[in-house]
Design a protein around this ligand. Structure first.
Ligand SMILES: C[S@@+](CC[C@H](N)C(=O)[O-])C[C@H]1O[C@@H](n2cnc3c(N)ncnc32)[C@H](O)[C@@H]1O
Ligand code: SF4
Length: 446
């Protein structure tokens, strides 16, 4: 039997994160606008409503590690014109669908949603939430450095009860190397205010593998995090792709932990979180037993979408703003990446779609297997034949030998040890990945 370290050495390789299947680089056969609208209409249920994602692509300063789609500016004059584009995009959907979709959940991501002034954020939320379901729940990503008390008032007023704070690391040396100065005191006082306002769930984003990180610094960061005990923690692997993400070239290579140290940081961080009472509920995600995601996991109700893990999911996700992704359950589409293309399409009266993918039956079958592996740590693979069946079965036997999975009557069960390798098991079923002719760059699986 191999040790966990040997397994990490064996299986750590580039791979998709499976926030969608097929992953975006493999999309083809995009639906045109009419087909996209038809797909939404076909799947829409007014009782259940839709999930809405709103992208705010602005940040005031650049974090050198950042792989998100955003523009750095201190000019808040961009807010009003951007809001007006978002509202136009929403209006285009209303016109083309012939109804205003009921919103069951709203997630604000970015960039930095709290870049918007509290007044503008309030105006946007009020407009988008004119028709919401009785089960409505809202969430938002917050940069602690740009969040004012008035932002929190707006969140409460609009039913946004779940917040995620970008923390990354508390070590001053690491913060300097990533250009993100964010003292412990600032975060502590914000978390206090968030809780005092009655916001029910706090998530912290942490990253391992950042420049300057050591075993001591990661333990110290987690000790500081534990003073605030967030309900949820995302413990991400730093995805360093300087060929593609220019700003990452600002990080000197010699300050990055070696592959060996990065693995140790992951293992150490994971152990500290376990010792502090957190459970690994899904890939990179840790939760306290009292948190909504832990409860969802206990009740087999954990789902995954482009934003990560969620406790409920509608058949339709509409994403507003440049780069946002939408899902009709029959197809995916992604909005134009450049602000100019996004604006031009909206001004012409077209939905700002740049690319997409219409699912085949096999796509949907494999999608379910991969989502079940990611969310329930098990998947029924049935007797139906999927492409590359022989190769898949051969790989599954190796995972079984290594203690990563167990097999029971055509059902795969990911073991406790295997949780760190769930991306690798999912990759076995990904026939787009197997068939790819050009090498798309993905981050390491661990
Ligand atoms: C949109 S940001 C969160 C909100 C806000 N902009 C902030 O930074 O506080 C999304 C998260 O993605 C993660 N992230 C960004 N770039 C990453 C990278 N290259 N590798 C791993 N995680 C990354 C960070 O943890 C970050 O908090
Ligand atoms: S990590 Fe957040 S604040 Fe930093 S540049 Fe990226 S999106 Fe902006």
């Amino acid at each position: 039997m191999k040790t966990p370290q040997e397994l990490i050495q064996k299986y750590n390789r580039p791979g998709p994160r499976y926030t969608s299947y097929p992953p975006v680089p493999f999309w083809n056969n995009s639906p045109n606008e009419a087909t996209w609208i038809r797909h939404i209409t076909q799947k829409y249920d007014a009782q259940k409503g839709i999930d809405l994602y709103v992208h705010v692509p602005y940040c005031e300063s650049l974090c050198f590690y950042c792989g998100c789609n955003r523009t750095i500016t201190k000019n808040h004059g961009v807010e009003k014109p951007y809001l007006s584009l978002l509202l136009d995009e929403w209006k285009l959907y209303e016109e083309k669908l012939g109804f205003t979709p009921a919103v069951n959940s709203l997630h604000f991501g970015g960039g930095t949603p709290t870049f918007l002034s509290p007044e503008n954020l309030n105006m946007l939320m009020k407009h988008l939430l004119k028709n919401k379901t009785s089960e409505f729940i809202g969430s938002i990503e917050i940069d602690p450095r740009t969040c004012k008390t008035e932002h929190l008032d707006v969140l409460i007023e609009n039913g946004i009860k779940r917040v995620s704070l970008g923390i990354q690391d508390f070590d001053p040396i690491v913060q300097k190397l990533i250009n993100r100065h964010q003292p412990e005191s600032l975060v502590e006082s914000l978390v206090e205010k968030i809780r005092a306002k009655g916001i029910s769930s706090v998530n912290f984003d942490l990253i391992y593998g950042l420049p300057g990180q050591t075993k001591e610094s990661i333990v110290r960061t987690i000790e500081i995090v534990m003073k605030m005990k967030p309900d949820l923690i995302a413990f991400y692997s730093y995805a360093h792709l300087p060929d593609r993400i220019k700003n990452q070239r600002l990080i000197p290579e010699n300050t990055l932990p070696s592959a060996e140290l990065k693995r140790e940081l992951y293992e150490l961080g994971r152990k500290c979180l376990w010792d502090c009472g957190y459970t690994e509920i899904g890939m990179d995600h840790f939760a306290l037993p009292s948190s909504y995601l832990h409860k969802a996991k206990d009740e087999n109700g954990l789902h995954r979408n482009f934003m990560g893990y969620v406790d409920k999911k509608s058949s339709i996700l509409l994403g507003l703003g440049p780069t946002s992704i939408s899902d009709s359950s029959l197809s995916f589409v992604q909005n134009a990446k450049s602000m100019k293309d996004y604006e031009d399409l909206i001004t012409k009266g077209s939905l700002p779609i740049e690319k997409g993918h219409s699912h085949s039956e096999i796509d949907l079958f494999v999608q379910k297997i991969i989502l079940d592996l990611m969310c329930q740590n098990k998947a029924y693979i049935g007797n139906s034949s999927v492409p590359y069946s022989d190769e898949i079965h051969e790989e599954l036997s190796k995972f079984k030998e290594d203690g990563i999975i167990e097999m029971l009557n055509n059902e795969i069960l990911i073991t406790e040890l295997g949780k760190a390798f769930v991306r690798n098991v999912a990759m076995s079923f990904d026939y787009y990945l197997r068939a790819q002719t050009t090498k798309t760059k993905f981050s390491q699986t661990i």
